[in-house]
Design a protein around this ligand. Structure first.
Ligand SMILES: CC(=O)SCCNC(=O)CCNC(=O)[C@H](O)C(C)(C)COP(=O)(O)OP(=O)(O)OC[C@H]1O[C@@H](n2cnc3c(N)ncnc32)[C@H](O)[C@@H]1OP(=O)(O)O
Ligand SMILES: O=C(O)CCC(=O)C(=O)O
Ligand SMILES: [Zn+2]
Length: 470
């Protein structure tokens, strides 16, 4: 084992209100008492991860997993989320937070959508952000004329190229689309503004049509082309094939946009980068049309595993939770329990086998170090799945020292009690203390002060049964 990777001893496990649904010292929200009455876990010291991983990202001349840009579309795609209503102040707060986080671009709703959308676009352009500000328009000169007057750094133009959309949405054929695209691109370029051309519903479009129009717009100097999985139908393999093919056809940057209808939005984004895409569209919490797109936090989780130095050097990961809270509040949703990185149990280890190994070295069961995101690791110590190693660790934190055999006996009591009712962290602590006191006094001490008669009866039965098994 490499000396720098020696596991650190676990220390510092103060209870922090996690079990009672309060926020912990890092501002991470934890289980609420009402939602998760049995959730009981202790914070552990954030020891360094063992970072040797035999499965490093596939590196080849095409791959951009070590060098990609984020086009953050919470203020465009995200506004298409069913619950979203962003007033000007909220848009500005979100734009500032994303800029501080370090995203490369911020994409805004079309100024053609409404008068307020146009005014908000102008207001955000005036913030002087480090990120480039984009707006997103139809492939139409009317929209382009409005867009170039807003002060944006770039315009993202889109038009459907699948037969579904050519027939049932805008009703235009490929010749019309190509000619209009050329007109719009030349017009935007003439204003010295960045321009991207994207096909909507790319994965249900004819490949020859796609390559032909991308090749045309590349030749007239578009800055980026975009591939969009508008209905979330693409698989990672299909993404890899299409982007790799496109990479051989155009010289400009390649942006990609993945909906999550079939659960592939993050994997598709990753595969796109492996195949040579340069830009990934995200939104905070993945909000967007239907169930949304590649989430910013989920993409960060994926990419930090691929290239920690690049991701840590570029993005303020410890701000992720704050941005997610801001957006969740603005669109009135809760952050899901299993959210990437920031879900309340994203770094909580419960089963005894896991807890033991984590206490020795967190890399055993964690691919991401919570500390990289300003998050905290927890060990669950109050369930029937809890093992003696976790109890030993907890007792040591409480300064209650016993022999290994005694920790094991104490764990038997905790398991028996956890078979009777959900335990809180305080319950486990009380049992450990009572057990320890009993050892000192040489007599049994009631394990929990507040047991009902019924619970005490059940507990006695469990302990008896355990003794028989033993
Ligand atoms: C997959 C995506 O998420 S694409 C981005 C979606 N974003 C938006 O739609 C922004 C919000 N949209 C709006 O506010 C409105 O739809 C507007 C202002 C853009 C247009 O509003 P309206 O003129 O009332 O048209 P409506 O929304 O009913 O229909 C869309 C129109 O755009 C046309 N259209 C649709 N897509 C495109 C496109 N990519 N390029 C050019 N025209 C298009 C349709 O043919 C239709 O035209 P029609 O008026 O001749 O029927
Ligand atoms: O402009 C793009 O590339 C994507 C547009 C969009 O939101 C989609 O196709 O789902
Ligand atoms: Zn979309």
């Amino acid at each position: 084992m490499c000396p720098s990777c020696e596991p650190e001893p676990v220390a510092n496990g103060a209870t922090n209100g996690h079990a009672n649904g309060q926020t912990n010292g890092n501002g991470t929200s934890s289980a609420t008492g009402s939602d998760h009455p049995g959730f009981t876990a202790i914070e552990t010291k954030s020891n360094p991860h063992h970072r040797s991983n035999p499965y490093q990202p596939v590196g080849d001349f095409l791959s951009n997993v070590n060098n990609f840009k984020i086009i953050e579309s919470t203020l465009r795609e995200g506004e298409q989320f069913a619950n979203a209503f962003f007033d000007t102040e909220t848009k500005i707060k979100i734009a500032l937070a994303l800029d501080d986080f370090g995203v490369d671009y911020i994409e805004l709703t079309s100024p053609a959508a409404s008068e307020q959308s146009r005014l908000d676009c102008e207001a955000i352009c005036k913030l002087g952000l480090k990120a480039k500000v984009l707006t997103h328009i139809r492939c139409h000169m009317d929209d382009a004329r409005i867009a170039v007057k807003t002060g944006v750094d770039g315009v993202d133009v889109v038009i459907g190229t699948s037969s579904y959309l050519m027939e049932h949405s805008h009703g235009k054929d490929m010749t019309y689309i190509t000619n209009t695209a050329i007109e719009v691109i030349n017009y935007v370029k003439s204003h010295n503004i960045e321009i991207r051309f994207s096909s909507e519903d790319s994965f249900r479009s004819n490949l020859v049509d796609l390559l032909s129009i991308y090749s045309t717009v590349d030749k007239i100097g578009v800055n980026r082309v975009g591939i969009a999985d508008t209905v979330g139908c693409a698989s990672p393999r299909q993404v890899y094939d299409l982007i790799r093919t496109l990479r051989g056809v155009v010289g400009c940057d390649i942006e990609t946009h993945f909906h999550n209808d079939t659960g592939c939005a993050i994997a598709n984004a990753y595969c796109a980068l492996e195949a040579g895409a340069t830009h990934i569209d995200t939104s905070v919490l993945g909000i967007g049309e239907r169930n949304g797109i590649t989430p910013l936090g989920g993409l960060m989780a994926r990419m930090i595993v691929a290239d920690r130095d690049y991701v840590m050097g570029k993005y303020k990961l410890h701000k992720l939770k704050e941005i997610e809270d801001l957006v969740a509040q603005a669109v009135e949703v809760n952050i899901p329990f299993n959210n990437y990185v920031t879900g309340f149990c994203a770094f909580t280890h419960k089963a005894g086998i896991h807890a033991k190994a984590i206490l020795n070295n967190p890399s055993t069961y964690e691919i991401i170090n919570p500390a990289d995101f300003g998050m905290t690791r927890y060990i669950h110590i109050a369930s029937r799945l809890t093992g003696w190693n976790a109890i030993k660790s907890r007792a040591t934190q409480l300064n209650l020292h016993m022999t290994d055999e005694q920790y094991k006996q104490c764990t038997v009591k905790i398991k028996a009690m956890a078979d009777v009712r959900p335990l809180a962290i305080d319950d486990t602590d009380s049992i450990i203390s009572a057990f320890h006191r009993g050892l000192k006094l040489g007599t049994d001490v009631p394990l929990l002060p507040d047991l009902t008669e019924e619970e005490q009866k059940l507990l006695d039965e469990k302990v008896k049964a355990d003794a028989i098994v033993a």
